[in-house]
Design a protein around this ligand. Structure first.
Ligand code: MG
Ligand code: ZN
Length: 220
């Protein structure tokens, strides 16, 4: 990149960060904890959020912002759970930004929420740079992406609080070593928490649910 380009990118991210801070304060005022859920297409973001809604909607009031190039598909899945959902279509943009979240927060019943899940657009690159106002950053990778997917994307693991290695029940079939993926994540970011999950292994989903509960209860 030439110098001018670098400067423009810097200004964009700086402006984004200011709005993110504002979003964070607003959420904090309403006692809402927001999770920014990142990961490639097909890594299992929507499914893991659905499982969390199923298990936790008795205990917490949950809302969802579904961000995608065509967001309505996932938004329709979430709407079946009778929770407030905002479909945030990003068009050509491959990430959500703080301004889009600010617009979504305007449309959500903030008084009636404890947890907000933000499903980011499916890729492991630029969502990393755009803070949204979240309290916890979660990255999901599937064993089907290959067990070198973690070391190929160091930045997102360095900036996340939780790494989920998903679909571990098919590790053998796809020739991936899920434990290597976990240890790669921990090596890149010693303070990250890393768990292995599969929607077909109930106890593994317990770890994901416990993480959400712990994060939410500390925050309240
Ligand atoms: Mg999805
Ligand atoms: Zn992008």
């Amino acid at each position: 990149m030439c110098e001018i380009e670098v400067e423009v990118v810097h200004d964009v991210l700086k402006a984004n960060e200011e709005i993110a801070l504002r979003n964070n304060r607003l959420l904090n005022d309403f006692g809402i904890i927001a999770f920014n859920i990142m990961g490639a297409i097909g890594s299992g973001k929507t499914t893991l959020i659905e499982l969390a809604i199923e298990r936790l909607s008795e205990k917490y009031r949950i809302g969802v912002i579904a961000g995608d190039i065509v967001a309505d598909i996932d938004a329709d899945r979430f709407k079946r759970y009778d929770v407030p959902v905002i479909a945030m279509n990003t068009g050509k943009e491959c990430h959500l930004d703080a301004h889009l979240i600010e617009n979504s927060l305007d449309q959500l019943p903030l008084d009636d929420l404890d947890i907000l899940f933000i499903e980011n657009v499916g890729n492991l690159i630029c969502p990393t740079d755009y803070l949204l106002g979240e309290f916890k950053r979660v990255v999901i990778v599937s064993v089907s992406e290959g067990d070198d997917i973690v070391i190929k994307h160091p930045m997102i693991f360095k900036t996340c609080d939780l790494a989920i290695v998903n679909k571990v029940d098919i590790s053998e079939a796809v020739g991936a070593d899920a434990d290597k993926m976990v240890s790669d994540a921990l090596r890149m970011n010693p303070s990250i928490k890393a768990i292995k999950t599969s929607k077909n292994i109930g106890e593994s989903i317990d770890r994901w649910i416990e993480y959400i509960e712990e994060s939410t209860d500390v925050h309240r």
